[in-house]
Design a binder for this molecule. Sequence first.
Ligand code: ADP
Ligand code: ASP
Ligand code: MG
Length: 429
Amino acid sequence: MALIVHKYGGTSMGSTERIRNVAKRVAKWARAGHQMVVVPSAMSGETNRLLGLAKDLSPVQQTPAMLRELDMIACTGEQVSVGLLSLALQSEGMDAVSYNGWQVPVITDSSYTKARIQSIDDARVRADLAAGKVVVITGLQGIDEDKNVTTLGRGGSDTSAVAIAAAMKAAECLIYTDVDGVYTTDPRVVPEARRLHTVSFEEMLEMASLGSKVLQIRSVEFAGKYRVPLRVLSSFTPWDINIDEEAKSGTLITFEEDEKMEQAVVSGIAFNRDEAKVTVMGVPDKPGIAYQILGDVAEANIDVDVIIQNVSHDGKTDFSFTVHRNDFQRTMELLKTKVAPATGAATVLGDPKICKVSIVGIGMRSHVGVASKMFRTLSEEGINIQMITTSEIKTSVVIDEKYMELAVRALHKAFDLDADNSPVAENMS
Ligand code: ADP
Ligand code: ASP
Ligand code: MG
């Protein structure tokens, strides 16, 4: 008997019919003798709907007071889900109980809309499990020390599930979703994408941070820090498939490099359409200038990603960086009204229609020429590279958004990731 955490995403919880299926699957695991904790997301589209309502009433959500209310609104989607799933489990004859994050409690810091989990008190959940109950806990939600409701950000239910698994030392955390594992790239963009049987923790961390939304990055960080066995698999297989087969399906996140396995140079391709580029032109090239520009940006709580400073001409240089697209307007305003006058910059330019495409692979450590192959592939497609950034196991480029799909497909092919017969088509909803 093992303690297992299941997480079900929005599509998997998308209708009462699907919730009934989730309940049947969970009941199967419980009847096989496992102690079950289940973490569902809001029903598909629900979080968007709720945040859309908020946007109608307050289009510019900036102040902490406003962000607090966004969390108050967004977290209700998950409350409905736990109640429905618990009911469905009871209809299956299981003893089930649901909790909001604050009832566990899942304690977070107070950064509304992107709170971080600080601790989880598992006493109540353990008592329920010992009494033979299935425990259903909301994804996404937490509570800060002043008892304000918080959320962990979009995709945060993954993190709730892994954090609960870590706190309870679960034997495994299974992330059930609408594809049957982690693919070489998003199978919705490249139909030839292949499912990976295993992916190393480091690669998964890079892929998640570079835009592969199959796992929220913080869930991967938690899994790494606490060594939580983590698997991504499909919720769309028949609920009554053999449990041993199910337990081996999908993609396992591994923590040790498997020597036996042949290591591909590039394991996956990630892309991110959520960024925007800004350029401060004609700033004096002198010590402290990067700090002068980025210090103000950081103070405004705007995260910066790729940064480039050009060589200087006549003592002046251009400085470009990317920010989240939601922060684009605010960044432009800040640069124009504060940074440009203070630094003596000539112009501020902005381009929200960019995207970042990245190749990821542990094999890049031991191979040369990988980045240049990426650049050659893009040039053969006539795609102009605006910015480049590299680290040990990834290379990212910033390009015009309109070439994103072309770039991803071309790179997928160039790095031999294409499968002849991708199994994904039949799994897509
Ligand atoms: P859930 O609601 O279950 O959390 P998400 O939509 O958050 O599901 O994540 C699953 C989606 O992630 C898939 O439908 C797929 O389009 C997308 N995705 C992006 N990159 C990948 C990848 N490398 N492998 C698999 N899925 C990916
Ligand atoms: N329901 C939330 C969202 O849509 C959390 C999640 O699905 O993980 O972002
Ligand atoms: Mg998700």
